[in-house]
Design a binder for this molecule. Structure first.
Ligand code: NAD
Length: 278
């Protein structure tokens, strides 16, 4: 069997089109504040791409590059600014700042990365709220691929706050039977093999080999690893492709969806804020 390759770029383009239509229907363009702290070149590239995506769909972006000591005050200002519907604090922050502590200062109504404690709690309770972009993008890809989640065996490898944990909550909410693996899991291969849906989010290149994948499974590769051979995922794509039913590539799978879901969240936040003042 050769797997269908799920084209994240195409799905993301469709999501962006949908968002552009929603933006055009709003009384005024939504505003997204991007906050970049420190000198991390990868973070600078990510933020630039997010601003370009925003411009493409008609979202206004307000960019800030505060010194570490100014971040808390800036977040308070952005929380109070009515033109700002969403706040993106690019992580990781420089070592002198604590990512979780700073993220928690964001008004949950503007938490377009879905990483504040309130957003995380709402997700666990199965209540509406802003969902982290990468897991939300994975769910969108699964829907696009027509994967039946109800009762399916879903295995998530990785338990970060950013990806693994929220993704497991989303899969559970979609009535999958969810198994959560991590670095201390005893028999990763055997657990992965029973998955109908296998999501790799470990940050370990080539971790998922063909013998760990059940025939016909859907494999979503969140991993983004910079290696000497370029950007690779956590899945041995060439070999797993011969076993799986559907698979996402790296690049061109989950990455574009993460970017697209930020736009979805920004519009959702803007709409909720509009409703609240009506
Ligand atoms: P993280 O380092 O915070 O978490 C990694 C998780 O994987 C941990 O829970 C750890 O227990 C688990 N893990 C690590 N090695 C393992 C192993 N050998 N076996 C089983 N479990 C193992 O990373 P993260 O922020 O969740 O990111 C994971 C990967 O996804 C990284 O490659 C990151 O670059 C990528 N990522 C991609 C996107 C995207 O848009 N495509 C977004 C976010 C993260």
């Amino acid at each position: 069997m050769t797997a269908t390759v799920i084209d994240g770029k195409a799905v993301a383009a469709a999501v962006r089109e949908r968002v552009a239509v929603e933006v055009a229907d709003l009384p005024e363009p939504p505003g997204l504040a991007t906050v970049l702290v420190g000198e991390d070149p990868a973070s600078a590239v990510y933020v630039r791409m997010k601003r370009e995506d925003s411009a493409e769909v008609g979202i206004r972006s307000f960019h800030h590059e505060p010194a570490p000591g100014e971040v808390a005050d800036l977040l308070a200002e952005l929380n109070a600014d009515r033109q700002v519907n969403g706040i993106l604090l690019q992580l990781p922050l420089p070592a002198e700042l604590d990512d979780a502590e700073m993220t928690a200062l964001i008004d949950p109504r503007k938490d377009v990365d879905g990483l504040t404690p309130l957003s995380a709690g709402l997700l666990l309770q199965g209540k509406p709220g802003l969902v982290p972009c990468t897991p939300a993008g994975v769910m969108e890809l699964l829907a696009y691929a027509g994967v039946e989640l109800e009762g399916a065996e879903a295995v998530v490898v990785g338990r970060s706050q950013l990806v693994g944990k929220p993704l497991a909550a989303l899969l559970l909410a979609a009535n999958a039977t969810v198994t959560h693996c991590h670095s201390r899991t005893r028999d990763l291969a055997a657990t992965c093999r029973r998955a109908d849906v296998l999501v790799a989010a470990a940050g370990s290149p080539g971790l998922i080999t063909a013998d760990m994948v059940g025939e016909g499974a859907t494999v979503i590769d969140v991993g983004t690893n910079r290696t000497d051979e370029g950007l690779t995922g956590d899945v041995d794509f060439a070999a797993v492709r011969e076993v799986a039913g559907a698979i996402t590539p790296v690049p061109g799978g989950v990455g574009p969806m993460t970017r697209a879901m930020l736009l979805v969240n920004t519009v959702a936040a803007a709409k909720a804020q509009l409703e609240a003042v009506r």
